[in-house]
Design a binder for this molecule. Structure first.
Ligand SMILES: Cc1cc2nc3c(=O)[nH]c(=O)nc-3n(C[C@H](O)[C@H](O)[C@H](O)COP(=O)(O)OP(=O)(O)OC[C@H]3O[C@@H](n4cnc5c(N)ncnc54)[C@H](O)[C@@H]3O)c2cc1C
Length: 397
C-alpha cells in the first residue's frame, strides 16, 4: 500500500479532510490537478461561523473584515445595516487554499500538485487505486474532494449532484486602494436574478463583483446582469478582469455520499447552502466529519465510512434543508425578506448571528413569526448549532 488515505482535490474540503486525518496518525496523500497557488471562481467570503471550524486563525490571509451590508431590491432604496462584531472575512481563494494546504502539510500530509487524476478503481480486495500523471497510487481509503462533477464520485458510481445554480464573477482593480464606500461591507442586490443575487465584495486591492441565480433561468442573463450591477454601484463594467462562471452543486435528496472505504465531501457531495451560495463552510465541515469515520475504518472498528454519511445527515442536512425551504419562499418574493433585513433590528441581528454561527436557521425563521416558522416545517425546527467538536464526534459514531 502506498499510503493509508488518498484525497483527490485540494480545495478547502480536501485539505481539511487530509489535515484532520493525518493529525490522527494516518498517512495521507493529497492530489490536485492544478499547480498551487491556484485561483478558482469564488467570492472568497469566509463567514465567521466557517472560520470558527478551523483550529487555527486565517488572519494571515484576510484582506478585509466585513461587519456591514448595503442592501437593495430592484429599484428600491438602498439601506446600509451595520453590526458590532465581524460577519465575514474576505480573502482570495488562491491565498486561502494554499494556506489550508500548508497547514495540512505541517500536520504530515504529503501534497502533490499538478496531478490530474484520470483513473480511479476499486480493487477486489477493497483497496483503491488512483492514476495521475502516469503514476498509480494505492490506498485503503479514497476521498473525493474534487468539486462539482469530480472524477472520484463519477468512477465509483455515486449519484450525480444537481447543478441547480450558476454564478459569474470577476475582479475590478483599485491599485490605490478600494474606495471607502466598499470597504468593510458587502453590497448585495436582490430581485433581478431569480434564485440568486448580485454582490460586491471588498478585497485588499480590488473588489469582487458577481451575480448568481437558478441555472434554468440564468443562462444568457448573467452577463447583462453583471454589467447592470457594476453600473448600479458606479463601477466600470468594462474594467472587470478574469470573468469566470461556475455551477453551484446541490445535493439530491437521499444521495449517497459514503460507501465502503470511500466518501465524497464538499462540492463533490453537493453541500452548498442553497440560500446564500456559501460552500466553504460545508467544505470544511464535511472534511472534519469524514476524518473520524476514515480513522475508524482504518483501525478496523468500522466496516465502512457510513459514519460520515450519518454525521452529515444529522448535523449538516437539517441546516441545508431549512435553507432550501427558506430559499423557496425568499425567491418567490425577495422584497419582504430584504425589507425585514433593512428595517427589522430583530431580523437583521438574527441573520448576523446565523452568519457568525451563534444560532441556526431556526432562530431566523422564528423571527418571521410563528406562522412562517410553522410553514417552514420540521426542517426549520431541526436546524442546529454546529461546532467542529460536534462534527468530529458525530463522524466517529
Ligand atoms: C462564483 C462563485 C462564488 C462563490 N462564492 C463563495 C463565497 O464567497 N463563499 C463561500 O463560502 N462559497 C462560495 N462559493 C462556493 C465555493 O466556491 C465552493 O463551495 C467551494 O470551493 C467548495 O470547496 P471544495 O473543496 O469542495 O471544492 P473546490 O474548491 O472546487 O476544490 C476542488 C479541487 O479539486 C481539484 N480537482 C478536480 N478534479 C480533479 C482531478 N481529476 N484530479 C485532481 N484534482 C482535481 C480542483 O483543481 C480543485 O482544486 C462560490 C461559488 C461560485 C461558483
Amino acid at each position: 500500500m502506498d499510503t493509508d488515505v488518498i484525497v483527490v482535490g485540494a480545495g478547502p474540503a480536501g485539505s481539511t479532510a487530509a489535515r484532520e486525518i493525518a493529525s490522527r496518525g494516518a498517512r495521507v496523500l493529497l492530489l490536485d490537478r492544478a499547480k498551487f497557488p491556484r485561483d478558482k471562481p469564488c467570492g472568497g467570503g469566509v463567514t465567521v461561523r466557517c472560520a470558527a471550524l478551523l483550529p487555527f486563525s486565517i488572519e494571515p490571509i484576510v484582506e478585509d473584515v466585513v461587519s456591514a451590508a448595503r442592501l437593495t431590491v430592484g429599484e428600491g432604496r438602498e439601506i446600509v445595516r451595520t453590526t458590532k462584531a465581524p460577519l465575514t472575512y474576505m480573502t482570495q481563494r488562491r491565498r486561502l487554499d494554499a494556506f489550508l494546504v500548508e497547514r495540512a502539510q505541517i500536520d504530515g500530509v504529503e501534497f502533490r500538485d499538478g496531478q490530474h487524476v484520470t483513473e480511479v478503481l476499486r480493487l477486489r480486495d477493497g483497496t483503491y487505486t488512483v492514476t495521475a500523471g502516469g503514476e498509480t497510487h494505492r490506498a485503503r481509503v479514497l476521498i473525493g474532494a474534487d468539486g462539482a462533477n469530480g472524477i472520484v464520485g463519477n468512477r465509483l458510481g455515486y449519484d450525480g449532484i444537481t447543478n441547480g445554480a450558476v454564478a459569474l464573477e470577476g475582479n475590478i482593480r483599485f491599485p490605490d486602494g478600494v474606495p471607502p464606500r466598499f470597504r468593510s461591507q458587502v453590497s448585495l442586490h436582490f430581485g433581478d436574478m431569480p434564485g440568486g443575487y448580485g454582490w460586491v465584495f471588498p478585497k485588499g486591492d480590488h473588489v469582487n463583483v458577481g451575480v448568481g441565480g437558478w441555472r434554468s433561468v440564468a443562462g444568457d442573463r448573467l452577463r447583462p446582469a453583471l454589467r447592470a450591477l457594476c453600473l448600479r454601484y458606479g463601477l466600470d463594467p468594462d474594467s472587470v478582469e478574469g470573468l469566470r462562471g461556475h455551477t453551484l452543486p446541490m445535493q439530491r435528496p437521499g444521495m449517497t455520499i459514503a460507501a465502503m472505504g470511500s466518501a465524497v465531501i464538499g462540492d463533490a457531495a453537493g453541500l452548498v447552502d442553497p440560500l446564500s451560495g456559501e460552500g466553504i463552510y460545508a467544505a470544511l465541515a464535511s472534511g472534519i466529519a469524514v476524518a473520524p469515520a476514515a480513522h475508524a475504518y482504518l483501525d478496523g472498528s468500522a466496516s465502512s465510512l457510513a459514519g460520515y454519511q450519518a454525521a452529515v445527515r444529522r448535523e449538516l442536512m437539517p441546516e441545508i434543508e431549512a435553507s432550501t425551504a427558506l430559499m423557496d419562499i425568499f425567491h418567490t418574493a425577495p422584497g419582504p425578506f430584504v425589507w425585514l433585513m433593512q428595517h427589522s433590528g430583530k431580523f437583521w441581528e438574527g441573520a448576523c448571528r446565523l452568519i457568525r454561527g451563534e444560532t441556526s436557521y431556526d432562530a431566523l425563521t422564528y423571527t418571521l413569526g410563528p406562522p412562517m416558522h410553522a410553514m417552514l416545517g420540521p426542517a426549520a425546527f431541526a436546524g442546529r448549532f454546529i461546532t467542529s467538536k460536534r462534527l468530529a464526534k458525530a463522524g466517529a459514531k
